[in-house]
Design a protein around this ligand. Structure first.
Ligand code: PDD
Length: 279
């Protein structure tokens, strides 16, 4: 294991020396939230948007932290490592209580942990396979909670079926991937589900929506029924670590003609240009 320097509660120390108590509520209950913030060429990408979502998640679990963008930057910037593409994993838990009790402890210092990892480059231009699975998660999917057991089981089921992702279906409609948002090209229009408590408000999703608007790509935020998904000419998965990943096979059937589509090609180019321009 690479002994890189990580941040834990005000200290920078080697990963092998970073330890937390077994009474940390993150360990006992998954009582915490996190962010995954990409960095290109040494610059954190969409930092303000990630910090805004972090604050929303913290607010959602009633754990306010009063650090501003400058303070977060001071913590995170020193962690960035050499290379073109990395990501910061930032996790905040409610901290260490003196006993295990579901209810919040009266006094508790949050645990703050951050580390940087490489985004391993991989080819997107062949597309990936995905399967649809029942979305059996909780009702606050807009909170980026560390409590990810349902997402883990769903992703593993996808992997067991030689798929890169599970696309989740709730009441007959696609919500998102186990760790990604979804887009589909339906009758020539790019469609992505509306933000709600059923999906994570993805930062990559927002960038794509803005790029579509600015570049005259017809886009709608709308529900996507399973039937519409099955007949879509293109399907994409989006996230901070996978960027825009085309799905060329859904439930063992080709998406469109089974090749990456023209709308993806256009958006991929726009996204890469945007990354380069703001980094
Ligand atoms: N996950 N939906 C879910 C459930 C996610 O876990 C993620 C990202 C996204 C995409 O959000 P963004 O574009 O802001 O990365 C949507 C991260 C990468 C993870 O858990 O590792």
């Amino acid at each position: 294991m690479q002994d890189k320097i990580v941040y834990l509660n005000g200290e920078y120390l080697p990963l092998s020396k970073a330890k937390i108590s077994v009474l940390d509520r993150g360990f006992l209950f998954g009582d915490g939230v996190y962010e995954v913030i990409p960095a290109y060429f040494g610059q954190l990408f969409c930092l303000e948007a990630h910090l805004q979502r972090l604050n929303n998640s913290l607010h959602g679990i009633r754990l306010p932290i009063s650090l501003d963008t400058k303070q977060w930057l001071e913590i995170l910037q020193p962690l960035l490592i050499e290379g073109d593409a990395q990501y910061i994993y930032l996790q905040i838990t409610r901290g260490v209580a003196d006993k295990r009790d579901h209810a919040f402890p009266e006094q508790c210092e949050p645990t703050i942990f951050a580390m940087c990892s490489e985004i391993v480059p991989f080819a997107r231009d062949k597309g990936v396979q995905a399967i649809t699975l029942d979305d059996m998660r909780w009702q606050l999917c807009n909170i980026k909670a560390t409590t990810l057991l349902a997402n883990i089981l769903l992703r593993q089921q996808a992997v067991d079926n030689a798929c890169a992702e599970a696309i989740l279906i709730k009441d007959g409609y696609a919500t998102e991937g186990a760790a990604s948002n979804i887009f589909a090209v339906i009758d020539g229009v790019l469609v992505t589900p509306i933000n709600s408590n059923e999906i994570l408000p993805g930062i990559t999703r927002d960038v794509i929506i803005d790029l579509a608007k600015v570049n005259g790509i017809s886009l709608r935020e709308d529900v996507i029924s399973l039937a519409a998904l099955q007949s879509a000419s293109e399907i994409w998965l989006t996230s901070s670590t996978r960027e825009i990943l085309p799905v060329t096979s859904l439930d063992n059937k080709p998406v469109g003609n089974g090749q990456v589509g023209p709308v993806w090609q256009t958006m991929q180019k726009l996204f890469q240009e945007y990354k380069g321009a703001i980094s």
